[in-house]
Design a protein around this ligand. Structure first.
Ligand code: GLU
Length: 420
């Protein structure tokens, strides 16, 4: 079916465009498409933080709940200077679809604070986190809204959120947030889950298109928690990592790079750009290097109609949320590049978040083996379902994933009914 030519750079417009493209394939009762296109509730908070130099700075944060149809809301918290309400809205909507595809009993949410965590001291970061957690505590709770890490946040930040919420309650509530350190009720395997999940999904996608992962060339944009683990795992599966980048730049070597050494370099210098091997490339150039599998694992809107023409990969595994614009999707489809969408490819994180929440609620913890097996089962099932919908309806994987997600949410919505 011919798609309208749209140029979108705003993440919320992107999310809506993707949704409306897919919603055409789902017979929805009147008003329901519109209902699903709106975020359920949005909170903006402006709050003060005492800085180390004694001054007080005002920060702006958000928490958006897109949908509560399938259960309490779930989604990460992002600390980044570029956070906007529209970005948080888009990320919240993507969480709804991501949870629905994986079969998790959650609706979608997201939060963010406009700040540069790299410029804050540990004390400032803790005070900012505790105040933001207090500000959004009107929405947050183990039965209502469960945050997790995202870009710029980590297990320590989650521990501060858990502690702040628990202090207000007067007792420990580990299930209020996931992605915590194991010592305070986190799950084994949560930190690696998103990157590991990307690699597992890449394995399924490669098998589906007849690409041998052994010796396949992989390029990864973003070498954070998602990209680095995806690179390490894909290398362990036999792939050759030929290019990686982070926000400061990247390296390319057609003969292959050692992901362990790249990680050591990143830990020591803060970037892979200084890696003493290969050719220097920018984060944009990494998207265009000769490779078989491309893993965009940085931020939204990286693959545009312009550079999509120059992507050389056969398969794209979206580690980041929203890395490909709808117009770039059209270009990639016309060039026969398989795009495995974010809401499927990076679902490993929220899947193990769900396992963490379940373990916290039961106060009964699983082994790493159990976590991994269950993760793999849900991801492989999700991939197979989406692949089947894509073949049955003759649509790309993003549309297929969204169709499956919208059907699930709509089904629950009809069964629950519209209140009152
Ligand atoms: N921030 C991650 C995502 O975008 C994880 C969310 C979660 O675990 O709740 O999927």
């Amino acid at each position: 079916m011919a798609q309208p030519a749209v140029t979108v750079s705003d993440p919320w417009e992107m999310a809506l465009e993707q949704f409306h493209r897919a919603a055409r394939y789902v017979p929805l009762k009147r008003g329901i498409r519109e209902f699903l296109a709106y975020p359920k509730r949005e909170l903006t908070v402006n709050f003060p933080v005492k800085m180390d130099d004694g001054s007080v700075r005002i920060f702006t944060g958000y928490r958006v709940h897109h949908s509560t149809v399938l259960g309490p809301t779930k989604g990460g918290i992002r600390y980044h200077p570029g956070v906007t309400l529209n970005e948080v809205r888009a990320l919240a909507m993507w969480m709804t679809w991501k949870c629905a595809i994986a079969g998790l009993p959650y609706g979608g949410a997201k939060g963010g604070v406009v700040c540069d965590p790299k410029q804050l001291s540990s004390g400032e970061l803790e005070r900012l986190t505790r105040r933001y957690a207090t500000e959004i505590s009107v929405l947050m709770g183990p039965e209502s809204d469960i945050p997790a890490p995202d870009v710029g946040t980590n297990p320590q930040v989650m521990a501060w959120i858990m502690d702040t919420y628990s202090m207000h309650r007067g007792y420990s509530v580990p299930a209020v947030v996931t992605g915590k350190p194991v010592s305070v009720g986190g799950s084994v395997g949560r930190e690696e889950a998103t990157g590991l999940g990307c690699a597992l999904v890449a394995r399924e996608a490669a098998a589906a298109v007849g690409l041998d992962l052994k010796g396949a060339r992989v390029a990864v944009q973003g070498f954070g928690n998602v990209g680095s683990v995806a690179a390490l795992t894909l290398a362990r599966m036999g792939a050759v990592v030929v290019a990686v980048s982070d926000s400061r730049g990247g390296v390319y070597d057609p003969h292959g790079l050692d992901p362990e050494a790249l990680l050591a370099c990143k830990r020591a210098t803060g970037t892979v750009a200084d890696f003493p091997q290969g050719q220097r490339v920018s984060a944009e150039e990494v998207l265009e290097v000769p490779c078989d599998v491309l893993v965009p694992a940085a931020l939204e809107g990286q693959i545009t109609p312009d550079n999509a023409r120059r992507v050389q990969a056969r398969v794209i595994i979206e580690g980041a949320n929203g890395p490909t614009t709808p117009e770039a999707d059209d270009v990639l489809r016309s060039r026969n590049v398989l795009v495995v969408p974010d809401i499927l490819a990076n679902a490993g994180g929220v899947i193990v978040s769900y396992f963490e929440w379940v373990q916290d609620l039961q106060a009964f913890f699983w082994t790493e083996e159990e976590v991994r097996q269950r993760l793999e089962r849900l991801l492989v099932r999700g991939f197979q379902e989406v692949w089947r919908v894509s073949e049955q309806r003759g649509v790309d994987l993003r549309t297929a994933a969204l169709v499956r997600a919208i059907e699930r949410v709509a089904d629950a919505l009809y069964t629950r009914g519209i209140y009152p």
